[in-house]
Ligand binder design. Structure first.
Ligand code: PPS
Length: 268
């Protein structure tokens, strides 16, 4: 499936047609969660790949075999992307699922579920910068103009996947409705990865011993992930990701790039 120039509209938002179809988006909203599922939720560029790696390693008790041999999309597929049913047909348990969908799109599917939901948020300034670069890197995203133009669209939610503000608000308000909902930020992960691993493993009811925590932490460092083809997206052909113009594992900083983009230096 290529569809690099196709855009799908669903739930009032736009989605890149390269990975999403009306069928795949409907599949997500009607998904039957199992209580044993773990669902990772993020607005794009907020630390999705990082938490996928943390959760994978926790469930494997720090053993890196799976994280070094299976691409992240094949072990923690996005519910709304077209290949998800095929990945899940392998029967791997516990299922780790990922989504960028707003809460309103999944509220019905999650109603009454005891699936464990992990929401990762990131400072919108860094999300905007990371997304801007990703739009140049990914040939299935609309090519943005100047950073200032992109930022205006981002602030108004006129970008693929919709408004960062609505996404965060929708999922934070969902804490009234969802039984097992855990929030963490990219910044917390950056500040204390070991503490993050401990907290996430407790939430997943999969507590690790010291040595397993250390091994998980090593595998989830930026430098380790940057060089792991199973998470750095170098497996994706150049027609889809423009490897000559950038890298998926770009900087991995908190507010690191913001000062390079003076228009972002505004109070949000
Ligand atoms: S996506 O496309 O939505 O799945 O992208 P996502 O994985 O959410 O976000 C990509 C950004 O996360 C950074 N990243 C990390 N930062 C620190 N440590 C680790 N281990 C790590 N892994 C991924 C990645 O570099 C992207 O951020 P930027 O700011 O662009 O560098």
């Amino acid at each position: 499936m290529s569809r690099l120039d196709v855009t799908e509209t669903f739930h009032g938002l736009t989605w890149p047609g390269h990975l999403h179809t009306q069928d795949s988006l409907n599949y997500a909203t009607n998904f039957k969660f199992k209580d044993s599922d773990t669902l990772i939720v993020t607005y794009p560029k907020s630390g999705t790949t990082w938490i996928q790696e943390v959760v994978t390693l926790i469930y494997n008790r720090g053993d890196p075999t799976v994280s070094q041999t299976v691409p992240n999309w094949a072990r923690a597929p996005w519910l709304e992307q077209y290949y998800c049913p095929e990945v899940l047909s392998s029967g791997r348990e516990p299922r780790i699922l990922t989504t960028h969908m707003p809460y309103s799109a999944l509220a019905q599917a999650l109603e009454g579920s005891k699936a464990k939901v992990i929401y990762v948020g990131r400072n919108p300034r860094d999300v905007a910068v990371s997304s801007y670069h990703f739009c140049h890197f990914a040939n299935f995203m609309p090519t943005p103009g100047s950073f200032q133009e992109y930022l205006n669209d981002f602030l108004q939610g006129k970008v693929h996947f919709g408004s960062w503000f609505d996404h965060v608000k929708g999922w934070t308000d969902a804490k009234e409705d969802i039984k097992n909902l855990f929030f963490i930020t990219y910044e917390e992960m950056k500040e204390d990865l070991q503490g993050t691993i401990k907290r996430v493993s407790t939430f997943l009811q999969c507590p690790l011993v010291e040595e397993e925590i250390t091994r998980t932490e090593e595998q989830c460092s930026f430098s380790k992930m940057k060089n792991n083809p199973m998470v750095n997206y170098t497996l994706v052909p150049v027609e889809i990701l423009n490897h000559s113009s950038g890298k998926f594992m770009r900087k991995g900083e908190t507010c690191g790039d913001r000062l390079n983009h003076r228009y972002l230096n505004v109070k949000l």
